[in-house]
Write a protein that binds this ligand. Structure first.
Ligand code: SF4
Length: 387
């Protein structure tokens, strides 16, 4: 039997060797392919990990990683922020929100700004904390901002079920949850519609989000492969896991045989978390949803099912979600589609910084502009516009 230290050294050497092999494989396959390859990650945690660990600096010149619409803050439409601001300014309303929504700009400023002006806006770490707030502050109204993808939506659904069980009449949700797969399909459809047949394709493969995949399962990406013939590989967030995902994607792209592949099997299963899916199905219905700068994507969001509509803040407060009026010079919409890099925005680093963000991609630490700003040249070595 090996001594523990020896076994540990052996395991480390093994994973180092695999990482080296994956990096070499990506470089070899890109070289052999001899054309530009573009892989989109659709997860803010992947985006930050890729920048933070300098993965881009090791990419072959013809491989470009595109940061897609994977940051929940970045994809939340301005009309939603405006509705939250309107509610926050009502005298009998407390807004409960995750912290990263505080500084997202709406037409009338941000939640942080209205809070400084006296509005009751509280940062909560979970939807259950919002329920506690509603119980403590009753009869004051507590509105929870339900944002994010399939990762956070089950927690919102669980809070609504608890509010029903506790017969809370002062709790509601301003729901803006999004579904990842319809957005990926919409990007591919837009690509197909606009692509010049003489140029290489826009998205050659997807590095699929680990957290969301825990809930929806690997099989949820099958329609993308079936309908668009684009490879999908689910990967974790450590550099070695990301390189493993890239190596598998490159093998599929080079081989011309797209499929769904899960290289994060320790936490992602074929069919996902059935219990969380059941909770989602019970509380929400799939609906068309407005994405910031991407417009309305069919069946890409969640709205409260009829049984739970009394917890819908839009209905309860009879508010109207108006049109979006994003800053005219902000290119966030193009950034989250990978059509431009953040430094191509005239406001990047000058008018728009993490301290004074103008667009949502600079607000969240998972936003693409914030990642570029923070990690600069180290993270952004491989660049180039997407066709
Ligand atoms: S730099 Fe700022 S204004 Fe420009 S795209 Fe990014 S977030 Fe929007």
């Amino acid at each position: 039997m090996k001594a523990p230290e020896t076994a540990e050294r052996g395991a480390t050497a093994g994973s180092d060797a695999r990482l080296t092999a994956d990096i070499a494989e990506v470089q070899r396959l890109c070289g052999a392919l001899g054309r530009r390859v573009q892989i989109m990650e659709v997860c803010g945690t992947h985006t930050v990990s890729i920048f933070r660990t300098g993965i881009r600096a090791l990419l072959p010149a013809n491989l470009r990683l595109i940061s897609g619409p994977g940051c929940p803050v970045c994809v939340t439409a301005q009309r939603y922020i405006d509705a939250a601001l309107e509610l926050a300014c009502r005298p009998n309303v407390t807004i409960a929100t995750y912290g990263d929504m505080l500084r997202v700009p709406g037409r009338r400023g941000s939640l942080e700004q209205v809070r400084a002006g006296g509005a009751d806006v509280r940062v909560v770490s979970s939807s259950m904390t919002a329920i506690d707030l509603a119980e403590r502050l009753a009869p004051r109204e507590v509105v929870f901002l339900g944002v994010g993808f399939e990762t956070t939506a089950p927690a919102t659904a669980a809070a609504v079920m608890l509010a029903e069980r506790h017969e809370l009449v002062n709790f509601s949700v301003l729901a803006a949850h999004k579904l990842v797969v319809p957005a990926m399909q919409a990007l591919l459809s837009a690509d197909a519609a606009t692509r010049d047949p003489r140029t290489p394709r826009g998205i050659d493969g997807f590095l699929c989000p680990g957290h969301v995949s825990v809930i929806i399962g690997a099989s949820a990406y099958e329609p993308i492969v079936r309908e668009h013939r684009v490879p999908c590989v689910i990967a974790g967030f450590e550099p070695a896991q990301i390189w493993r995902g890239l190596a598998q994607l490159m093998r599929q792209i080079a081989g011309g045989e797209p499929r769904v592949e899960n290289v994060y099997p320790a936490v992602v299963s074929e069919h996902g978390n059935r219990y969380a899916q059941g909770v989602l199905r019970r509380v929400f219905e799939v609906a068309d949803a407005a994405w910031r700068e991407l417009g309305v994507i069919p069946r890409s969001g969640l709205e409260l099912a009829p049984r739970y509509q009394r917890f819908d803040a839009v209905r309860r407060f009879e508010i109207t979600l108006g049109a979006d009026e994003d800053h005219p010079a902000c290119l966030c919409g193009q950034v989250i589609q990978g059509r431009v890099e953040p430094p191509e925005c005239g406001l990047f680093g000058d008018g728009c910084t993490p301290l004074h963000p103008i667009g949502p991609c600079m607000v969240s630490s998972e936003g693409t502009c914030a990642a570029w700003y923070r990690y600069g040249a180290r993270g952004a070595a491989a660049t180039g516009r997407r066709s």
